[in-house]
Write a protein that binds this ligand. Sequence first.
Ligand code: GRF
Length: 204
Amino acid sequence: MLKVAVLVSGRGSNLQALIDVCAKDDFPAEIVTVISNVPDVFALERAAKAGIATSVVNHKNYPDRQSFETELQVAIGDSGAELVCLAGFMRILTDGFVNQWRDRLVNIHPSLLPSFKGVHVHEQALEAGVKVSGCTVHFVVPDLDSGPIIAQETVPVLQDDDADALAARILEAEHRCYPEALRLIAEGRVVVTGNKTVIQTALA
Ligand code: GRF
C-alpha cells in the first residue's frame, strides 16, 4: 500500500474522490494524513469522517515560507507518507520543498496544461475561446503548473458557459482523473522521463 498525504485548503471535493477510491477493495494506496493550511475547512471534516488523521499547519502562524514548510515537512514525515497529493492546496511551495519531493509530489489543475496556468483558469479558457478544456494531474516541479503530466481528461466548452458552469463540468472530470492517476502511481506504472511520463501497461 502506498502511503499518501493529502494537502488541502478548502472544500476538499478532490480529497473526497481520493478517500472514496482508497476505500475500495484492493486499491493500492491509503491516505495516512490530511493536512490543511487553513483551519476549519470542510476538507478536514471529510477526512475526520473517514477516520483519517488530520492536522492544521496554518501559514499565518509562521513568520516566513521556510518555517511554514519546515512544519509541513514534520507533519508529512510523522505520517510516514511516501507520496504527497495537493488537492486544492492554495500555497505556492518553495523550490526546496518541491525538489525534496521530486516525482513524489502530485497536483491537479483544472485546465489542459500547458494551457491556462495559474489562477482564473476558466476565465482564461473562455477568453481564449477553446472548444474543449479539462483537467490535468501532474508531478510538481519548481515552475508553476509545469511538471510531467500523468493524466488528463477533456470536457466540452459550451457556447453559453460562464466560468462557474465550466468549473463545475471540469470538477466532475477531476473526480475521475485524480483517483485514476493515483492508481497508476500506486501500481508503480508511472515512469518519469525528462518532463514527460510513460505509463506502463498493466500486467495481466
Ligand atoms: C480544484 O478545481 C482543483 O483543480 C484546484 O482547486 C480546486 C479544489 O477543489 N487546484 P476541491 O477543494 O478539491 O473541491
